[in-house]
Write a protein that binds this ligand. Structure first.
Ligand SMILES: *[C@@H]1O[C@H](CO)[C@@H](O)[C@H](O)[C@H]1NC(C)=O
Ligand SMILES: *[C@@H]1O[C@H](CO)[C@@H](O)[C@H](O)[C@H]1NC(C)=O
Length: 367
């Protein structure tokens, strides 16, 4: 909890404000307890604040455009709580302007997979505003395979499932497990990257039978209907969807209460970051929401009207340093590790380094 504001209040006024806060807290705690009972959501994960502050740094780092710095984990966002990360694979789908990495965070005892949010379209410059405007009109236009009645948006689904990203990720996870043992898997991402993180987490559970998959997204849009949300939360219960104050993106594509069969529906569990306060005395609060996915007392209780709230979570910037390009910055070191296909998509792989490690351990050559 962050407490900001001047301490110089007159006695009476301070008491009055304190009384208001005691009421506010009592009220919100009471509501939370009621929500816990209302929904049988005990299978859902507990929220861990310190883990969130670590993962938001991974979700921020994946936006970096200097691929060598990212691949060697020396970028300006590659320090702090993510220092020492062992990156295994960096994937750049130039064709669809997507970026993602897989690596091992030894302090978390986990494989971490991170997805970048929307940056720019290959053919025309699409600013974040345009991207957000488009979100209003996204249709639930394909069935999620193998899940009757579960509908999702084709574009979000394809960004993960029908690009060079998915095969690269699955391959890297497999290699990470071979070399580091059966670690937990944590998938994260911001904005569109959050949507991809959700599809990736589900894919790992359903199609690779991975256990201990955890998903935490920041400012993620809705991706499917209520049937999809229900399958998702059964299969990936260890999911936290962090939303920030008036961030517009978690409100999109819209949720229409009166058309339950037709509408988008978030999966649980939301954690809503917001400020409450009087005058200059402002508290930042994290509200752990109910198991419905669409808790009316969380971000839905306010208007989603802020792009600024979309771009900074926990004080960490979630965007590229520049809006101008989806450009690729590569030097000789990057070229040494990078493999490019005919469409210009790139995979940076630590195969050679990992192979050296195992050769000394087991004498095997697994690649
Ligand atoms: C929360 O996550 C941090 C970082 O992974 C970990 O050290 C801590 O033990 C976790 N706390 C709980 C209560 O699980
Ligand atoms: C996958 O992408 C290809 C080419 O971009 C396209 O022709 C195909 O219809 C897509 N498939 C799905 C299921 O989206």
């Amino acid at each position: 909890m962050v407490i900001a504001g001047p301490p110089e209040y007159m006695g009476k006024r301070r008491l009055f404000i304190l009384a208001i806060f005691v009421c506010l807290f009592a009220f919100s705690c009471g509501r939370e307890l009621m929500a816990e009972h209302k929904h049988a959501d005990n299978h859902l994960t507990a929220y861990n604040h310190s883990l969130a502050t670590i993962l938001v740094e991974y979700a921020s780092a994946v936006y970096m455009s200097d691929l060598t710095e990212l691949f060697t984990w020396t970028c300006s966002r590659c320090s702090g709580l993510t220092a020492g990360f062992d990156i295994i694979e960096l994937l750049v789908d130039v064709e669809h302007c997507l970026q993602s990495f897989v690596g091992v965070a030894k302090d978390l005892n986990a494989i971490v997979i991170a997805f970048r949010g929307t940056q720019e379209h290959r053919s025309k410059l699409v600013s974040i505003q345009n991207w957000i405007e488009d979100l209003y009109w996204k249709q639930l236009d394909i069935n999620y395979p193998g899940m009757p009645d579960a509908m999702v948006h084709h574009g979000f689904y394809s960004a993960y499932h029908n690009t060079t990203i998915r095969p690269g990720i699955l391959n890297a996870v497999e290699r990470a497990k071979q070399y580091y043992g059966d670690l937990n898997i944590i998938v994260t991402g911001h904005s569109m990257g959050g949507a991809m993180a959700a599809f990736c987490g589900l894919d790992l559970v359903v199609n690779t039978e991975a256990k201990n998959v955890q998903v935490m997204t920041f400012g993620q849009p809705r991706v499917g209907n209520a049937a999809f949300a229900s399958y998702y939360s059964q299969l990936v219960p260890n999911t936290i969807r962090v939303t920030n104050d008036h961030d517009i993106v978690p409100h999109l594509p819209p949720y229409y209460r009166y058309f339950p069969q037709k509408t988008y529906h978030h999966f649980p569990r939301e954690v809503w970051l917001h400020n409450i306060g009087v005058g200059s005395l402002v508290y930042e609060v994290e509200k752990v929401c109910d198991g419905s996915g669409e808790d009316p007392d969380c971000c839905r209780s306010v208007a989603g009207n802020s792009i600024a709230d979309h771009l900074v979570y926990f004080g960490v910037e979630l965007m590229c340093e520049t809006w101008r390009s989806c450009g690729i910055v590569m030097d000789s070191l990057a070229k040494e590790y990078g493999k490019m296909d005919v469409k210009g998509n790139i995979v940076f792989s630590r195969d050679s380094i990992l192979r050296m490690k195992t050769e000394t351990n087991t004498g095997g050559d697994r690649m």
